[in-house]
Design a binder for this molecule. Sequence first.
Ligand SMILES: [Zn+2]
Length: 382
Amino acid sequence: MIEELYYKNPYLTEFTATVTECIPEKEQYKLVLSQTAFYPEGGGQPADKGTLNDNTVLNVQSKNNKVYHYLEKPLEVGSEVKGKIDFAYRFRNMQHHSGEHIVSGLICQKFGAENVGFHMGKDVVTMDFNHTITKEDLIEIEKEANRAVFQNLPIEITIYSHEEIKDLHYRSKKEIEGDIRIVKVPGYDICACCGVHVTRTGEIGLIKLLRADKYKTGTRISMLCGERALAHFNLLAENMNRVSVLLSIKDEEVAEAVEELYQENKALESQITRLQNELFTNEINAMPTEEMKIVFKDGLDSNALRNYCNKLKEKAEKAAIVFSKDNDGYRYVMMSRSINLQPIVKELNSAFQGKGGGKPDSVQGQLIGSEQEIQEFLKKAL
Ligand SMILES: [Zn+2]
């Protein structure tokens, strides 16, 4: 059986070993070593990163009591290799894994809920629970979890035989055969786990629970610990600061000020619509009624375009069309009180690389062409 250096000393960053197997698999080679500090993916914790004799270790997996290191190139069986662990990455994983145990332990104590999923993602770590956890619960749990950090408690790892463990009450995701590795955070959690942990809770740093989302019939909690929590805080602070500088207010007044701005903006929008409506009505009232009304009017958004056309159709016996400039062409709305517009729109679109459609009495779309060409085409078509 391979010597698992990552369990003996989770802080070991370099080691030497002998290559005992080198098996080609697809485009890669999987190596077995006499001993290794590379943690293989398991228990929700991702595989370690690093190098073997300067070759990047692409993946680490364990199967049948062997640890397989995946490389692009083969290494000779019997040769000695020097392994280097990407410790910054590993330490982050240790911090998050230990943090997860504390949070899951607290949630288990409080609600009797089980952790049914754990994923250490690139951006965030998620934990799934078979219980509803509210925003208020989350604040409480976060506070208590950080208290465990402040106490700098030892994280104790013990191997129990089946006989020895009978009376121990512990969390476990599955039935385990043989010896059981128990990770204990005194007062907070006792859990069967194959992962690599920090030695004392203080090393986890801040435990920040970002959000609780409904997930299946329970809750998914997103979390960041240590430096990643700090980086996240800095990102939020930077965003907050940009808004507060822009609005010349204090950081803590941002939410209120943005809410006010939003309401003001909504009020202005409805004022614009009201004024625009008055303007359109006056403009269109002064027009004579004709068989066909074609208007080119720039600066109208899609609502205003529809609004204008709706009024204009009262002055058109057959059809009213309004065009407004848009990037390399025009957006248009066409309405009628008497004819089916669909065949005309089809022709119009095919003549001017247009697209769009709608109901027989109201269509909209966009096309590319000059005002003169469009006018001429429509006069012939209608
Ligand atoms: Zn674990």
